[in-house]
Design a protein around this ligand. Structure first.
Ligand code: ATP
Length: 364
């Protein structure tokens, strides 16, 4: 009996809420083996007694099945403290998850992915907001058919606040709302940073499950000032499988992992993974290369969130202001819905890990 063998067995035990095995989740700790005695600690996301008991039984059952009924097991199961699972942000405390969508290179479909993630989350019943922080080319108003609209002001407990524009039940604020049509604002560094900060601090977002931030492409000052202003819960990186895009995506991942920035990577999305013509739906043409983002994610030990094909309908849906995810049962809508499902799972995993860390740091 070795520690590796014990972990291999525990790798078959699923965490019921997060639907991943407890080893992948890093929920197994302090494994000690002495003769035929195993001592270990396991975390479970639901701190209720029945949930902890069920996890303990599953662990004991699986270990005894492999190492024999006589194995003596001391398994302590700890729940994630509920207060650690809740956000303790000073900024936007009513928003459960603030997630940025980034890309190294421009034009890879970052806004398209943001719009469809938001749409898919709203379709699944979550309360969603979008901050379009793309100062160079804010495209979210087009993708949600609200180009001509402007946010109003509302009074919140005596304080005037910006009231986001609503589309498909999603609250939206875009840097694009603060310029006239066709007039490009040349945002200078500090001014852009200040305007963007106000989209968080001076806007009334209310209670949200997810606030998605469509970042400008690249790895610049605006990203740095954002992470200093808003404590992000995570970031999704979008890239095409093309070599030049991958190099920039790698830079993006590395930037968010810097000690000074330290934003958890939720995962990578491969957009324009292959081209499928509408008249030949079974055909796939890998025009930007195959699985480039998937391989990059594996190489960097990051999660791969999924492939989105290059389909004319995705572009058209964006242009007419109704994200493709709102279609019923089309291959594109299904691809985005699957992306949303994995995204939600991964955000929960990141939150659970953070809760364990908070608990441990608190104990120290
Ligand atoms: N999977 C896809 N299938 C078809 N067209 C797509 C797909 N993804 C993006 N597009 C189209 O490609 C163009 C660029 O996409 P998008 O604006 O989302 O990219 P971006 O990375 O946000 O760009 P920017 O650098 O301007 O922020 C848009 O016209 C969009 O409709």
């Amino acid at each position: 009996m070795t520690k590796e063998a014990v972990l291999e067995v525990l790798g078959t035990v699923l965490e019921p809420d997060l639907k991943k095995d407890i080893v992948t989740l890093n929920f197994v700790e302090e494994v000690q083996i002495e003769d035929s005695k195993i001592t270990l600690t396991i975390y479970v996301s639901n701190p209720a007694l029945h949930a902890r008991k069920r996890m303990q039984e599953a662990v004991e059952f699986n270990l005894k099945r492999v190492f024999g009924e006589d194995t003596e097991i001391t398994c302590m199961v700890k729940g994630l403290p509920s207060e650690a699972r809740e956000t303790h942000r000073k900024i936007l405390p009513e928003v459960k998850n603030i997630i940025a969508i980034a890309s190294g290179k421009g034009g890879v479909g970052k806004s398209t992915v943001t719009a469809n993630l938001a749409g898919g989350l709203a379709k699944a019943g979550f309360r969603v907001g979008i901050v379009d922080a793309d100062i160079y080319g804010p495209s979210i108003p087009t993708m949600f058919d609200v180009v001509g609209e402007r946010p109003t002001m509302i009074d919140v407990e005596g304080k005037p606040m910006i009231n986001p524009v609503m589309s498909y039940g999603i609250k939206i604020l875009s840097m694009g709302f603060f310029s006239q049509n066709d007039e490009a604002i040349v945002w200078r560094g500090p001014m852009a940073a200040k305007a963007m900060t106000q989209l968080f601090t001076d806007a009334y977002w209310g209670e949200l499950d997810y606030l998605l931030i469509d970042l400008p492409p690249g790895t610049g000052d605006i990203h740095l000032s954002l992470v200093q202003t808003v404590p992000l819960d995570g970031v999704v990186i979008v890239s095409t499988p093309q070599e030049v895009a991958l190099a920039d995506a790698r830079k993006g991942v590395n930037m968010f992992k810097l000690d000074t920035i330290n934003v958890p990577i939720i995962g990578l999305v491969e957009n324009m993974a292959w081209f499928t013509p509408a008249e030949l739906p079974e055909n796939k043409y890998y025009i930007f290369g195959r699985d480039g983002v998937k391989n990059l994610a594996a190489g960097m030990k990051e999660t791969f969130l999924g492939h989105i094909p290059l389909v004319q309908g995705v572009r058209e849906s964006g242009d007419v202001g109704r994200p493709a995810v709102f279609q019923e049962n089309t291959p594109t809508a299904l691809a985005f819905e699957e992306l949303v499902r994995i995204f939600v799972e991964e955000v929960n995993v990141i939150k659970a890990r953070k809760a364990i860390k908070t608990q441990k740091d608190g104990v120290k």
